[in-house]
Design a binder for this molecule. Structure first.
Ligand SMILES: Cc1cc2nc3c(=O)[nH]c(=O)nc-3n(C[C@H](O)[C@H](O)[C@H](O)COP(=O)(O)O)c2cc1C
Length: 206
């Protein structure tokens, strides 16, 4: 079994998301662990060249040149990596109500047609069935009540991406209120910590 930890925690030791991911990592048993740090290994974004190569290869099923293969190489590497994992655990902060740009670029890199999802007869098909994913997001504000519940596009987006790829078990922890005062911050972090441990115990046993 292999677990892939995908992190984007630029506040490093100050990061609450990193703290929660570290707790999860301590609970992992009987699994190889691989870490992808998106602060260091920054995913490519789509541009004119790699978009063209991607469409010609993955949608039009054409042969592409070596130069075109090269511009897709990082996306292909990250796609091979997610395909090799049985469990994917992500941790990152909410930035401007959504996922930070490198996290979105990672999803764009691994959600390659014909690799992690496909389409046939007008229907989409996730190719990652049997796999599990957990997304841990920290936010300064709280998103549990009206009207703020509609402003949350970080955890909800990441969960949809995994569901679209066909992951069988997709969980999420929104560690909210990290800038909402000491009392709320410590209470919510403690609850998130318990949730992280509970999911790890369920997935890896005691
Ligand atoms: C650039 C930036 C944008 C942010 N945007 C939001 C936001 O839209 N909503 C929110 O609730 N918190 C926002 N925050 C606060 C962080 O989500 C919060 O501090 C969180 O705890 C950071 O995660 P970390 O502790 O893992 O570093 C933002 C922080 C930064 C630095």
């Amino acid at each position: 079994m292999k677990t892939l930890l995908v992190k984007y925690t630029p506040r490093e030791e100050m990061s609450n998301s990193k703290k929660l991911l570290d707790i999860f990592r301590n609970e992992i048993k009987n699994s190889e662990v691989e870490v992808l740090d998106l602060c260091i290994d920054v995913p490519d974004m789509f541009d004119v060249e790699n978009m063209s190569a991607y469409i010609h290869r993955n949608y039009l099923k054409e042969e592409i040149s070596d130069a075109q293969k090269k511009v897709l190489a990082k996306m292909d590497r990250m796609t091979r990596q997610i395909k090799s994992a049985d469990i994917v655990v992500m941790a990152f902060p909410m930035h401007n109500f959504s996922t930070p740009a490198p996290v979105k670029a990672w999803f764009d890199s691994v959600m390659l047609k014909g690799q992690t999802w496909d389409a046939a007869d007008g229907k989409y098909l996730g190719l990652m069935s049997g796999k599990k994913a957990l997304v841990i997001v920290s936010s300064g504000g709280l998103y549990t009540k009206e009207p703020m519940i509609h402003w949350e596009h970080a955890l909800s987006l990441a969960k949809v991406e995994f569901q679209f790829m066909g992951f069988s078990d997709v969980r999420g922890i929104l560690n909210g209120g990290m800038n909402a005062g000491d009392e709320i911050q410590s209470e919510n972090l403690l609850n998130s910590l318990e949730d992280v441990k509970k999911i790890a115990k369920e997935w890896y046993g005691n």
